[in-house]
Design a binder for this molecule. Structure first.
Ligand code: PEP
Length: 247
């Protein structure tokens, strides 16, 4: 299975950041390896970023999409509109979307289906809050989110899952290596029960939450961790390249 190193830029950056793919490649020149690099910039630069990545072997993704194809949804982008920019991925159900914008499991599932229909690869995020972890409910919460957020048509390659404990995002805190392994194993188990081993074994499961060059080697070495979804450390190409070097 290939490793996906994905940077979520959130609401950061401006058009001067179109330089970043070339900067990344100066720091990490190895192309067409077993590592896929993905940058998810704010929507206003998707198309220009796709152009800036021409020949760089770097994919571009959006950070959200709407579940409808078109309509009176002021401020929203459909999956087809995103696909039209040349982007290949879309993050869906990030914990910030779930907490601030009301994305619930049913909506995440609808957005995931819409992305798949538009030939985008959705990266579906799940993860427990601090209270849920402290109450010993991390596995239960993640299992429920998976059941509600993943549509029935998974074929192994038409989605990626990102396990992102909410309390680890942007805090510098991470679960122990054992805890990451346990949840990833649990996710694989839930997928196997639902879709069977042939499909479940092909689904990439990323870890996200305060990944940085210093902890990447240990996290990415785990059997069921097929990459990372990276916030803060993905804004600087130096740290993103350092993380990719640990794969
Ligand atoms: C994220 O926002 O998805 C994320 C993982 O952020 P950070 O790496 O900064 O914790």
């Amino acid at each position: 299975m290939k490793t996906l190193i994905a940077a979520n830029w959130k609401m950061h950056g401006n058009l001067s950041w179109l330089q970043k793919p070339a900067d990344f490649r100066r720091l990490f020149p190895a192309k067409n390896t077993n590592i896929d690099i993905l940058l998810c910039p704010p929507a206003h630069m998707l198309q220009a970023m796709v152009r800036a990545c021409d020949g760089q072997d770097i994919a571009i993704g959006a950070q959200n999409c709407h579940d409808q194809i078109k309509g009176a949804f002021t401020g929203e982008l459909s999956a087809d509109m995103i696909a039209e920019t040349g982007a290949k991925y879309v993050i869906i159900g990030h914990s910030e979307r779930r907490a601030i914008f009301g994305d619930n499991d049913a909506w995440v599932a609808a957005k995931t289906s819409a992305a798949q229909k538009a030939c985008l690869k959705p990266i579906v995020c799940v993860g427990e809050s601090r209270e849920e972890r402290e109450a010993g409910k991390a596995e239960e919460v993640v299992g429920t989110q998976l059941a509600g957020s993943i549509p029935a048509n998974a074929d192994g390659e038409n989605l990626v899952i990102a396990y992102e404990p909410v309390w680890a995002i942007g805090t510098g805190l991470t679960p122990t290596i054992e805890d990451i392994a346990t949840i990833h194993d649990h996710i694989r188990g839930c997928l196997t029960i639902r879709f069977g081993n042939k499909i479940a074994s092909k689904i990439q499961i990323l870890y996200g939450g305060s990944v940085k060059p210093e902890n990447a080697i240990e996290i990415l070495a785990l059997k069921d961790v097929a990459g990372a979804l990276i916030g803060g450390a993905g804004l600087e190409m130096q740290s993103l390249a350092a993380i990719a070097s640990e794969v």
